[in-house]
Design a binder for this molecule. Structure first.
Ligand code: TYM
Length: 325
């Protein structure tokens, strides 16, 4: 029996380096192993839990599929689909909400962060965010979820929902675990917090040119004193060095301790290495963008394949809960 993997990304804009290293790299790694069945979706229902631009949403959703294909996700190996096209996600999340308390949801750290970010927009959909995410995962009985470390609170809820459903109704949901990559936490370019789409100046997009990447990496604030603790921007710069120049990072660290490190040299080496990694993705992106009918086929086929599994699980749950079938 193959283990099942599921992951998703919201359609909130272009993918950045954090999404790539924390999620997409893990998705690729698991897709290429024979013993996993992989499902990767665009989390468009999660996208509308915070304010968004309705005139560009449909295009942004497609773009995530194009980004997936450009990064190397392969529709022959993975089911690539759009969450809202498989209505079972919403239906299962409703049944899951019957075993989830409001108090529990109000304590989820990501919910509290979003309340601070959008105090005018504290909706039922936002409160239900982790329950819908649990449904995404458990609809396919996925046991492994490649996501960044920031998603851990949601996985904790998914495990709890699985346990409660199993206890209460005798279902057989697995307790899903996170599949972590080396880039599970990609820091912001500013040196404060994580790289995030919602913080301007914090991120590098996968489509950024060599010049843009160099400019952004050069702008990381770095102290000019030698030695001592790595703080803020320096910590970010060395994290990038660890991720993109693993063989050279020790030398740079020693040079920093000795006071001989030229920051601009390290920054340019990091920028070159990042661009080197992204170059082939960008090339493929240009090709995929031109092939609209292929993208349409992937989307239609993915939804069909996902529905096949999703409808089966939903039927099982309804049956166990005593609902009419
Ligand atoms: P989203 O759209 O916020 O982020 C997509 C993925 O990118 C990862 N990520 C990062 N990883 C490392 N460092 C960073 N700075 C960084 N920023 C973002 C996130 O951890 C995530 O893996 N709730 C999810 C979408 C979702 C989902 C799911 C994921 C909906 N249903 C089911 C897995 C399974 C989210 O908001 O991702």
């Amino acid at each position: 029996m193959k283990s099942t993997v599921l992951s998703g990304i919201r359609a909130t804009g272009k993918l950045h380096l954090g999404n790539y290293l924390g999620a997409v790299k893990g998705m690729l790694e698991l897709q290429d192993k024979d013993d996993f069945q992989t499902y990767y979706m665009v989390a468009d229902l999660h996208t509308v839990t915070t304010p968004y631009e309705k005139t560009t949403l449909r295009g942004s959703i497609r773009n995530i599929i194009i980004d997936y294909l450009s990064a190397g996700l392969d529709p022959q190996k993975s089911t690539l689909f759009i969450q809202s096209m498989v209505h079972e996600h919403i239906e299962l999340s409703y049944y899951f909400s019957t075993v989830t308390t409001v108090a529990k949801m109000q304590h989820v750290t990501t919910f509290k962060d979003k309340v601070k970010q959008h105090p005018e927009h504290v909706t039922m959909a936002l409160l239900n965010y982790p329950v819908l995410m649990s449904a995404d995962i458990l609809l396919y009985k996925a046991s492994l979820v490649p996501v960044g470390i920031d998603q851990e609170p949601h996985l904790e809820i998914a495990r709890e929902v699985a346990r409660r459903m199993n206890q209460e109704y005798g279902t057989s949901f697995p307790e899903p675990r996170r599949f972590a990559t080396k880039g599970e936490y990609v820091p912001s370019l500013s040196g404060e917090g994580k790289m995030s789409k919602s913080v301007e100046g914090s991120y590098i997009n996968l489509t950024d040119s060599h010049e843009e990447i160099t400019k952004k990496i050069r702008s990381i604030p770095t102290a000019t004193v030698a030695g001592g603790e790595l703080t803020g921007g320096l910590r970010s710069l060395f994290s990038f060095a660890e991720l993109f120049l693993p063989d050279q990072v020790e030398n740079y660290r020693n040079a920093f301790q000795k006071g001989t490190l030229k920051f601009v040299e390290l920054k340019d080496a990091v920028a070159d290495a990042i661009y080197h990694d992204l170059e082939s993705i960008q090339e493929k992106h240009r090709a995929v963008e031109q092939n609209i009918s292929f993208v349409d086929d992937v989307i239609a086929d993915g939804a069909q394949r996902a529905r096949l599994i999703a409808s089966k699980t939903l039927q099982e749950v309804k049956e166990k809960m005593g609902m009419p079938l």
